[in-house]
Write a protein that binds this ligand. Sequence first.
Ligand code: GLU
Length: 368
Amino acid sequence: MYQRIVVKLGTSVLTGGTHTLDRPRMIELVRQCAQLHAAGRDVIVTSSGAVGVGRARLNFPNLPASIVTKQLFAAVGQPRLMRMWEQFFDIYGIQVGQILLTRADVENRQRYLNARDAFSVLLEHRIIPIVNENDAVATEEIKVGDNDNLSALVATLTNADLLLMLTDQPGLFTADPRTNPGAELIPEVHHIDATLRANAGGAGTGLGVGGMATKLQAANIARHAGADVVICAGSEPDVIARVVGGEALGTRFPALETPLESRKRWILAGPRPSGALIVDAGAIDALSHWGRSLLPAGVVAVKGQFDRGDTVTIQDGRGRELARGTVAYASNDLRRIMGRHSNEIQAQLGYTYGPAVVHRNNMTILTE
Ligand code: GLU
């Protein structure tokens, strides 16, 4: 049974599709979280809504759709949002604590561990963390960007065993149910493949940032981190208890059997990749099937500018992501050694950091 649960509440759930927060709905979700809490489980809530609440508070001013406008709305909306959560959890005598994150807070391992400690100490004291992106200071470069991926990051940081993403859809469908009446709900997903990604399409309702595509990305990260992931409708009666109780609701992505060790989880959920390495068929086989390190001989192209120690994505020729890892060589150096045998590195560069471009200990495979 699940012991640590991240409940992700999207804007569409909190507003019930309107432009203001639906308090009875929030109170009902709080009641469900309180029930889990009382049963001794750890609950972590990821709540969207800061930007929307701020916009409503300021009476929907006619401002340009820019980062600074969002910063303004979030700065006004976040404390208001938090005050509501605090009031509602107070009904049950439960204390809450606010954690605001951006990607910059987890981009190096030390900061990632600090963020992890913050969650641990709250949970240790039976305080429910309420998490959002720190939109008031976040810029495009340092943002996670959507609360689906943010909640996967939170599930990874906290070692959660369930990530429950509540949304305005009953789950993931074989086609877009809003336009295709033949679309069927997919009850369980074991492989996230190209068809599934294509079905998930683009953004969602227009109220929140994410859609099914970002939910899939998030589900993939969280299941690699060892959490089951369930996407389902927040309006379903008693949804949290039913999912936690094992009822088949919505779409479930079972956790992978061998969750990644801590360092590899950070690689997956923490830093945004600063570049890409395109690899050949031999390297794909060596990485995906044999768990080997990536050698310069298997690299056919290097995209972007990065330094030694940065995180990069490793892709096949069609842009499919196979793995992520931290590189041993900067992009400029890598361009001089790609396609070559590892014993030529010294002669090419005048130094060597070892035969691997990305060592297998610093790499997370994403294909299973
Ligand atoms: N962090 C945003 C907010 O509080 C929401 C992002 C999202 O909906 O994914 O408004």
